[in-house]
Design a protein around this ligand. Structure first.
Ligand code: ASP
Length: 326
């Protein structure tokens, strides 16, 4: 009896093992959900959709983008952290993964330990922009104007922990003037309000602002890169406009819930690497003022190191600002 019992459990274990390795070999067998923790139509969404489209072709299964916006990206990240670690729910998030670790007193997940890492995607510059008819004509004029009108000027952002929030905080701290902020579920909807004139200014990734700046539908005061961007040659750097220490790049990465099978992560990583070399992705990124991360950064180790380094980098800055979310 005992013999049959142990034979049975040995067979069961072997069957489970065979099933597990078979499914890892055939992964993905169905569509994959790529959660973007911001609203559709914004800059993170734009990056994700380009990458997801290319990965779908490579993996032979749809990589479907799902927008889970709100609370500066922490709702979407939380959703993925608590998902089944089977490779079928993945997250594309940006620098907010690092800043929210210090900005939120309570997070439903531990940014450093709740995820496995697939790789970095891109590092996107930001732009300081305003509605088209906003009075100031250059960055110096903007600073003077907002200082004189600090109770009425409104700054859009995608909630505490978002890149736009971080950039807005840097702006306010540099000009030593707190401004009225208006949170959205993403800067896609914030851009709609900027175009409609319901909100005054915003600091956002070029992946959302480049086309609008080129089309003259919004005003641009500065880019946050070290040099001017080829796609926006007339927009000065923040340093040229008089704001030093204002270089900020919005790095993006792909994550899976902790415990995802290594084989799935390897497949996702190889597919992400290919997507970042896809001619269409490279061209569209360039049009939007950014570039794919080099292969050496599209690794689990590189993304993990980036996240660790960035959490350590922003913690003292956030503590000095003393502004937290619950
Ligand atoms: N650009 C947004 C941010 O501020 C996010 C988004 O809507 O993609 O983080």
């Amino acid at each position: 009896m005992t013999f049959f019992k142990s034979l049975f459990s040995a067979t069961a274990i072997a069957a489970t093992f065979i099933a597990a390795s078979a499914s890892a070999q055939t992964y993905p067998e169905r569509s994959i959900t790529m959660v973007v923790p911001f609203a559709a139509g914004g800059p993170t969404d734009t990056v994700a959709r380009l990458v997801a489209e290319s990965m779908s072709k490579d993996l032979g299964q749809q990589v479907l983008v799902e927008n889970v916006g709100g609370a500066g990206g922490t709702l979407g990240a939380g959703r993925v952290a608590s998902s089944e670690p089977d490779g079928y729910t993945i997250l594309l998030h940006h620098i907010g993964m690092a800043t929210s670790a210090s900005l939120y007193r309570k997070l439903a997940y531990d940014p450093l330990n709740a995820f496995d890492y697939v790789g970095l995607v891109t590092d996107v510059p930001m732009t300081i922009v305003a509605r088209k008819d906003f009075e100031p004509t250059d960055l110096k004029g903007l600073v003077d104007y907002v200082k004189a009108n600090k109770d009425t000027v409104t700054v859009a952002n995608a909630g505490i922990g978002a890149a736009s929030h971080l950039c807005g905080m840097l702006f306010m701290s540099q000009i030593e003037t707190p401004l009225v902020t208006v949170p959205y579920k993403g800067t896609g909807p914030a851009m709609t309000d900027l175009l409609g004139g319901q909100v005054d200014i915003m600091c956002d990734q070029t992946t959302n602002t480049t086309k609008q700046i080129q089309g003259g539908t919004i005003k641009a005061y500065a880019v946050t890169s070290a040099d001017r961007l080829p796609v926006l040659p007339d927009v000065p750097t923040a340093a040229e406009g008089g704001l030093n220490d204002f270089q900020v790049g919005i790095w993006h990465g792909v994550y899976t819930p902790k415990g995802t099978p290594a084989e799935a992560i390897e497949k996702l990583n190889a597919s992400l690497k290919k997507a970042l070399k896809d001619e269409n992705v490279v061209a569209r990124f360039a049009e939007l003022g950014t570039a794919p991360s080099p292969d050496s950064d599209v690794t689990s180790a590189a993304l993990k190191a980036k996240l660790e380094g960035e959490i350590a980098r922003w913690k003292p800055v956030i503590e000095a600002a003393g502004q937290y979310a619950d």
